[in-house]
Ligand binder design. Sequence first.
Ligand SMILES: NC(=O)c1ccc[n+]([C@@H]2O[C@H](COP(=O)([O-])OP(=O)(O)OC[C@H]3O[C@@H](n4cnc5c(N)ncnc54)[C@H](O)[C@@H]3O)[C@@H](O)[C@H]2O)c1
Length: 379
Amino acid sequence: MEAKKPLRIGMIGYGFMGRTHSNAYSQVNHFFDLEYKPVLKAVCARNAEKVQAFADQWGYESIETDWRKVIARDDIDAIDICTPNNLHKEIAIAAAQAGKMILCEKPLAMNTAEGEEMCEAVEKAGVANTVWYNYRRVPAVTMAKQLIERGLLGKIFHYRAQFLQDWTINADVPQGGAATWRLDAEAAGSGVTGDLLAHCIDTAIWLNGKLDSVSAMTETFVKERTHALTGLKQAVSIDDAATVMGRFSNGSLALFESTRYARGHKALYTFEINGENASIAWDLHDLHRLKFYDYRDEGPLRGWKSIHVSDGDHPYMKSWWVPGLQIGYEHTFIHQVADFLKDLETGTPTGPTFRDSLETQKVCDAILASAKDGTWKHI
Ligand SMILES: NC(=O)c1ccc[n+]([C@@H]2O[C@H](COP(=O)([O-])OP(=O)(O)OC[C@H]3O[C@@H](n4cnc5c(N)ncnc54)[C@H](O)[C@@H]3O)[C@@H](O)[C@H]2O)c1
């Protein structure tokens, strides 16, 4: 058998996403037939002891404590950005200038202006790039895309999506620092809009095309929180919740909601699309199921089907177990690595690219701007 071509990974940040990505690199060649094989060359974070422990647990060959050193190394092909959002731009631009491929966590950047610079850098360098909007690669969500592309829904009227959590209701939750950087606008850029709604928007654009305009409300329910690094009570400048109306270029209407104040919900991502002929619905808590209603069914038999997307002819599933058996959240990252490696074989961009994700960033910025002055924003 021919030896695989190595793709030597330098991963920056080893938190939640560092684990999902490391797992994906380790698993992908066991399940997908690919020319390339990721090699866990280096992992980087600022605390040497902690990053060494991570490297030992996950099998990275080396560690660095300065991300610039990872980028400077000539034994690394691809930089994986798993840091908080305020570091994405600087790392990505430096990596592009060094000729490295880049796999960047979402949201692409803190704002559109940063995102533009990142797109220009990767395009100028001509390096492969992708952003980890992983929900595209839940098999049921990929199947939704296929059904829409086959025209089964007909003209689309409505796209509605929600991403609900409840972990910041307590006013004692701090902002800033290692565990709660998402509540600090300096590190996160925005609150639920960039963190949760961005997923809904990426999926929406992928499934239903460009969003033309939005009108939004946001709210910050807890106005002041102690900063984990300074110990001082400071004003909170992220959005805790966002409610958005919008219009797509295809004439359909959008309704999005995202909050960290929906008591009882940990990570409920749902969407429903209503077309002239059919509707589809999906729920992250039941991620294998695609709900499908087809008006063209024989009258008395019309009703919502609940398709268990786990058969060999369903997206990605022939690479896994036997029909009817499940996979989960972590597999969406394995699918993204599999697609990235497959696309390297042919030089095809792996969506969402930086440029694709800039569109999501523009929508997020428009939402925040609309919430600020109460007017509709065109994108
Ligand atoms: N695709 C998804 O569904 C998804 C889910 C969660 C997070 N994310 C995104 O992933 C990114 C990371 O989020 P997370 O939940 O893994 O965060 P995390 O807090 O768990 O991990 C962040 C990591 O970055 C490291 N880091 C911080 N500053 C650094 C520096 N200067 N140099 C090197 N390393 C540094 C930290 O040590 C930590 O290991 C964010 O952009 C976030 O929006 C995406």
